[in-house]
Design a protein around this ligand. Structure first.
Ligand code: TXA
Ligand code: MG
Length: 333
């Protein structure tokens, strides 16, 4: 069942959602990044049902969401000085940190690892839900495994309607891409997944510390989610530089292909074709583009195109996370 959140029904929705969480059920709730598919993180059975609803491989661990620091002490070993500076700087917000877990956290949450990924979300509804439930909430993104994350209530329903007990629809997610996942390793910060908290932002908080994107096999093995094909729309997707887009669309159309194009409004005017076009925002505004990115991928699921061509974006700031998701959606990286 889906309920639209409005200014009058918040308390009612919270108590309904809390009742479900406490009895071991599944609730889809909004966060500032993407929608989350939540269950009581300390209830092994409830967590197993998350994996079933998503069709997710059991070795891919989920993020535990908290609303206060006593929940953090409950699930993770004490923080190092560096870890403390990071969470103080970026919580609540789109930042997840991988910590040594305590025994109360079921191995189904951590995918068998001795670590647990923890995030305190900024979204007010999400935090209130966790606070009133009184337990940390395990929540991966609310999509079928391998598909683009859901950033609207309707997109959640496409993947999960009938598979969960409640969907709380609070409109479009603010950021639109999943949180940054980081881990402190030997006094350095490894970014395991890029997000809205950028490398530069982390370096500003820890000017003396090395911060790096981790592509190493050891680190990726420690973040199993990075191994699977992700964020994939139904049609194959290719990345095309803005200058080459018009010519390439023409070539594919002359082969009789139905083409979908994701582009910025600066480049739309160059396309004189029959392609279906999703205008994703302005080249100048990478945040706006990130916010609509998963909506764009899912838009073409209903348009029966043979191929989706997506413009490439500037790899700076949140553009790094954006290009990471786009490359993974092509399945070639
Ligand atoms: O923004 C987000 O992070 C959203 C919202 C709902 O909070 N959640 C989300 O969860 O994106 P999910 O499950 O789709 O992605 C979790 C990522 C995966 O890449 C997983 O491998 C990594 O975090 N992860 C989880 N636990 C980990 C651990 N113990 N060690 C290393 N990586 C971990
Ligand atoms: Mg996900």
């Amino acid at each position: 069942m889906k309920i639209k959140l409005n200014k009058d029904n918040k308390d009612e929705v919270i108590s309904k959602a809390v009742e479900i969480i406490k009895s071991g059920g599944l609730v889809v709730f909004p966060t500032e990044t993407v929608y989350g598919l939540g269950a009581d993180a300390l209830n092994e059975n409830a967590v197993k049902n998350i994996f079933k609803a998503k069709g997710r491989p059991g070795d891919n661990p989920v993020i535990v969401h908290i609303s206060n620091f006593s929940q953090l002490r409950l699930i993770a070993e004490p923080l190092s000085g560096l870890e403390e500076k990071l969470v103080n700087a970026f919580w609540p917000g789109p930042f997840t940190i991988v910590l040594q877990k305590k025994d109360v956290v079921p191995l189904s949450v951590s995918g068998g690892l001795e670590t647990v990924a923890v995030r305190m979300p900024a979204h007010v509804f999400a935090r209130e839900l966790i606070e009133v439930a009184g337990v940390p909430i395990a929540a991966p993104s609310a999509n079928t495994s391998g598909r683009p994350s859901a950033t609207t209530g309707d997109h959640v329903c496409v993947d999960l309607d009938g598979k969960v007990d409640l969907i709380v629809d609070a409109g479009i997610s603010d950021i639109g891409l999943e949180s940054t996942v980081a881990k402190v390793v030997e006094n350095k910060v490894a970014i395991l997944r890029a997000g809205a908290v950028t490398k530069e932002m982390i370096e500003k908080v820890l000017p003396e510390v090395e911060v790096f994107f981790s592509n190493k096999k050891e680190d990726l093995d420690a973040s199993p989610g990075t191994r699977y094909r992700h964020y994939a729309p139904k049609a194959p997707i290719e990345i095309v530089s803005p200058e080459k887009m018009a010519k390439y669309v023409g070539e594919l159309e002359s082969q009789g292909k139905k083409v979908g194009v994701i582009c910025t409004f600066q480049n739309e005017k160059f396309l004189h074709s029959r392609a279906s076009i999703f205008i994703i925002g302005s080249q100048e505004d990478l945040k706006e583009i990130s916010k609509s990115f998963y909506q764009a991928l899912r838009f073409f699921d209903d348009h029966a195109v043979d191929v989706i061509l997506c413009e490439s974006f500037r790899e700076e700031g949140i553009g790094i996370a954006l290009m990471d998701r786009l490359k993974k959606a092509t399945g070639k990286f």
